[in-house]
Write a protein that binds this ligand. Structure first.
Ligand code: SF4
Length: 210
């Protein structure tokens, strides 16, 4: 058999193997989803509460890189039980998409917010904006945040040059948590645990803020 023909057959076999692996992985994911959704957490009560959510989690392409962070747990099944109020504080502030990335820096007790490359300091104007934005929100029964964002994360790395000096909430999450300490707030990732999601939904149904 010619070498080129052998290589061609090997290529086909490799593709076939990759397809089988992909199908097996896909089957496992579907099975895990079925196990999760047979006991899908439910909101008690008949009302459909309004709950805030980081807009990128619902698929809005508002991230610094022009992408989204669509999370089907929230955009799918939970949207039947909850009236989501999507908010992207960075684009609402007027930052473009795509945009230069920003990060928390300095003292974790009172971090500043800077653009990573240009070093522009947005701290004062953005902090004031986030407070105003939170004050103007409609009544919400809770909030689901995108983790690790310097705006929306609830526990975000604070940088000092190459090192991480500690953790702090992002500017928007901080404004929300200070003004609504009694309302349920969570990062999206943790709500993928059915027990934590049920606990969150129970608190939402009890909050009475909708
Ligand atoms: S600011 Fe919040 S909503 Fe906007 S892209 Fe970042 S994490 Fe998503």
């Amino acid at each position: 058999m010619k070498a080129s023909c052998k290589k061609w057959l090997e290529g086909i076999f490799k593709n076939w193997l990759e397809l089988q692996n992909w199908q097996m992985r896909n089957l496992k994911v579907r099975f895990c989803e079925m196990c999760f959704f047979t006991k899908f957490p439910v909101l008690r009560g008949s009302q459909k509460p309004k709950v805030g959510i980081s807009a990128c989690l619902l698929g809005c392409p508002v991230r610094y890189d022009g992408q989204n962070k669509l999370d089907l747990l929230f955009a799918g099944e939970l949207s039947k039980q909850i009236d989501w109020v999507p908010i992207c504080p960075e684009t609402a502030f007027g930052l473009p998409t795509p945009r230069e990335s920003i990060q928390l820096e300095g003292d974790p007790e009172n971090p500043s917010l800077r653009k990573v490359n240009s070093r522009d300091d947005l701290s004062n104007t953005y902090r004031d904006f986030c407070r105003c934005k939170v004050a103007k929100l409609p009544p919400l029964a809770g909030f689901v945040f995108k983790a690790k964002s310097p705006s929306c994360g609830m526990r975000v790395s604070v940088h000092n040059q190459e090192t991480i000096t500690g953790y702090a909430p992002g500017f928007f999450a901080s404004a929300w948590l200070q003004s609504h300490p009694d309302l349920p707030s969570a990062e999206a990732e943790e709500l993928h645990d059915p027990a934590k999601l049920q606990e969150f939904l129970d608190k939402v149904s009890l909050s009475g803020s909708f």
